[in-house]
Design a binder for this molecule. Structure first.
Ligand code: ZN
Ligand code: ZN
Ligand code: ZN
Length: 560
């Protein structure tokens, strides 16, 4: 009896000396706030998630001297920099990347195992964001037939919607449909993406709405997109771009109709031969129009206008197109990041003005990094190269015929995984695990292949580090294949110009992770963090439930 009374007595004693104000801040006897900390949660008016498509971590350090004080430098100096942040699964591509950032987990759990993959149940290739149940809104094309239905778990944006009884708003914006649809989650108020061709409009899917809101129609009716039909010249004097290779190299691709990969890239002249408005996507102007649209969304969607936290997910996709075309060491990539820094500064200034300088929390990361152009590495004696797909295919088909009497035993090959026909294997009276292993041993003898793992190994083992760990995080039991191949470091399956990504190697996994704003500590760490830590860090900050497939851990150093 006496024991049960103690907490009550303590409570009375505590109440005599301290009171709590409406915001949960502790007050001293005279009523002043003594601790300006709400120990439960931080409630910014707006959370902004920024994903830069194909951004390597070392772009921050390489192009640092060209950045202004109010873009990347503002985030680094006034926010928290996780310098050693990695993707922890393969394939490192856009659909899985955006999904993993927002779900706090990996393809093993969220199910987005590639941009496209072979669906075993449908016996067909599927695209990560497509959905024929819905129709396009804002275009007569099919580009709007999208939804997040293939994503099997919730996002941090979903959890915020659930937590706020759907009163907190989620808006997602990107040139690429998958860069908007997947971050927005299943409950987004809207996801908008850009349809080029002869239209040049921001569009959406009937999954979200039946017609575009007035502010989007107004944006589309303005001449903003047409304003970017102008020559792409370097922002600064090209002779000051000492952090990249020459402007004219054999490692760069060309726009259709160009003779050399050099500045100025004359958009008006190249317009028709490069898909009209689509060419904007492959230049830094695509990031600029994304910033224009995101800023318009602040007013248009009244984001951060009240005390219920909203979420704006923005993805800058043009960096990926430029990297694929010109390569990570090109003048074009350097100019694209110098210009992105200016767009970022413009976006931050708009957030300060419209939401309030101390009223938003922001993170910036990437959906994957990218490799140096392998031909360039080769020219500098660094092991690299291009997979000989023809040799592999001929030799492998001969092997299958000799060993099993049929090549049909392999149903599909995609994302460096083989999908076997389990019915044929049963009819041949063979065991799946044995066929997987036989094929794996054969493939390991091919010169471009570095490692091979079987589905059975993925089922039976629990890998905790290195490449097998990365493969296992990308391996979804229901959706992934029977045999998993890893190319040698530096080896790609790609044309000989431009950069690509997708591998489990460190050049594809190492990406920036910056946090900034309300509730964020100033600082930096070289401790290894993983991409799945982003969503739980934001969830912990906001005091909301973690996404339901979460495996990441909040990065405690980031949070006050
Ligand atoms: Zn990407
Ligand atoms: Zn060039
Ligand atoms: Zn890409």
């Amino acid at each position: 009896m006496l024991k049960n009374c103690i907490p009550l007595i303590l409570l009375v004693v505590l109440m005599t000396f301290t009171t709590f104000d409406a915001f949960g801040q502790r007050k001293s006897k005279n009523g002043n706030s003594t601790e300006n900390v709400d120990r439960l949660k931080v409630t910014p008016k707006l959370v902004v998630g920024i994903v830069v498509d194909q951004m390597r971590y070392d772009y921050i350090t390489r192009f640092w001297d060209h950045f202004g004080d109010d873009g990347f430098k503002r985030l680094v100096y006034e926010g928290f920099n996780c310098k050693n942040n990695h993707f922890n699964y393969a394939p490192t591509s856009t659909g899985p990347g955006h999904t993993s950032i927002y779900t706090g987990t990996t393809p093993a759990t969220h199910g987005i195992i590639g941009n496209n993959w072979y669906d075993k149940e449908l016996n067909a290739e599927v695209y990560c964001a497509s959905d024929d149940k819905y129709h396009s809104v804002g275009t007569t094309s099919d580009a709007g037939k999208m939804s997040p239905h293939r994503m099997l778990v919730t996002t941090v944006t979903d959890q915020l919607r659930l937590h706020t009884q759907m009163r907190g708003k989620t808006i997602a914006v990107a040139l690429k449909d998958r860069g908007a649809v997947l971050p927005g989650g299943h409950t987004a108020n809207a996801a908008y993406w850009f349809y080029g061709s002869t239209e040049g409009h921001w569009i959406t899917s009937s999954f979200y709405m039946d017609k575009l809101p007035k502010w989007v129609n107004d944006f589309n009716a303005s001449n903003i997109a047409a304003g970017y039909k102008k020559p792409w010249t370097t922002l600064k004097d090209i002779n000051t771009y000492l952090e990249s290779g020459l402007d004219n190299t054999k490692y760069e691709g060309l726009f259709d109709g160009e003779v050399t990969p050099t500045f100025p890239h004359d958009l008006p002249k190249l317009w028709a031969s490069n898909g009209d408005y689509d060419i904007i996507k492959a230049t830094p102007f695509g990031n600029s129009i994304t910033a224009d649209f995101a800023i318009a969304a602040l007013d248009g969607e009244k984001l951060g206008a009240d005390n219920i936290t909203d979420f704006l997910a923005v993805s800058f996709s043009s960096t990926d197109y430029v990297g694929h075309n010109f390569g990570v060491n090109s003048k074009e990539v350097q100019d694209t990041y110098i210009r992105l820094d200016r767009d970022l500064a413009r976006f931050l200034e708009a957030l300060d003005k419209k939401v309030g300088e101390n009223d938003y929390t922001l993170f910036l990361t990437a959906d994957h990094a990218a490799i140096h152009v392998p031909a360039y590495l080769q020219d500098h004696h660094i092991p690299a190269g291009y997979m000989d797909g023809g040799e592999l295919k001929t030799k492998f088909m001969e092997f299958l015929k000799y060993k099993y009497g049929t090549t049909d035993i392999v149903k599909n090959s995609s994302n460096l995984q083989l999908f076997l026909d389990h019915d044929i294997i049963k009819n041949l009276d063979l065991k799946i695990g044995e066929v997987q292993e036989t094929i794996a041993r054969e493939l390991l003898t091919y010169k471009d292949i570095d490692r091979v793992y079987t589905g059975q190994q993925m089922w039976e083992n629990e890998y905790t580090e290195g490449i097998p760990y990365i493969l296992q995080n990308g391996y979804n039991q229901k959706r992934s294949g029977d045999v998993l191949m890893v190319l040698k470091p530096g080896m790609v399956s790609y044309p000989k110009t431009g950069s690509t990504h997708g591998s489990p190697q460190i050049y594809d996994t190492h990406v920036p992770l910056l946090f900034y704003g309300k509730g964020i500590q100033k600082g930096a760490t070289t401790k290894q963090t993983e991409i799945s830590d982003v969503a739980p860090t934001i969830s912990a900050l906001l005091g909301i439930a973690f996404p339901n497939g979460n495996i990441g851990k909040p990065i405690t150093e980031v949070l006050e």
